[in-house]
Design a protein around this ligand. Structure first.
Ligand code: HEC
Length: 114
């Protein structure tokens, strides 16, 4: 049952992610990023980076640590000292970090459209 809901959720998001890019490799990366995000980041940052608290929000166009893909990747790897944002370098593979950074970057693209 829970799995069914999960897959329904993924299916629902699928076309959205595909609309963001027509490049199959990017779509694959976004899908992996979504899974990594749901398991590791969503609790703190909200379902689509839209946490109501500014500190946690990743979709409000405000980037304290940089809004490029490289900077996002670096923040995820190293974390932010003295905050709840831990570094994920030892928890996730480089590939997972790259894909979750790509996914988080897509929040930025979304908010640019608004
Ligand atoms: C335990 C809570 C927590 C978890 C889990 C967490 N974060 Fe964070 N994250 C934070 C906090 C708090 C900050 C703000 C740090 C600061 O004050 O600079 C932050 C900041 C960030 C930033 C920088 C935002 C900016 O304004 O520049 C990014 C990017 C980010 N997180 C991505 C992620 C990703 C991707 C994951 C999952 C792999 C994740 N976070 C997991 C708490 C968390």
């Amino acid at each position: 049952m829970v799995l069914a809901v999960f897959f329904a959720f993924l299916f629902q998001l699928g076309p959205g992610l595909e609309a963001q890019s027509k490049d199959p490799a990017t779509v694959r990366q976004l899908k992996q990023g979504l899974r990594v995000y749901q398991l590791n980041c969503q609790t703190c940052h909200g379902r689509e980076g839209d946490h109501p608290d500014k500190t946690f929000n990743l979709a409000d166009k405000e980037w304290k640590h940089g809004d490029s893909m490289q900077e996002i990747e670096k923040t995820v790897k190293q974390g932010v000292k003295g905050t709840a944002m831990l570094g994920f370098a030892n928890r996730l593979t480089d590939k997972q970090i790259a894909s979750v950074a790509r996914y988080v970057y897509s929040f930025r693209e979304e908010s640019d459209r608004k």
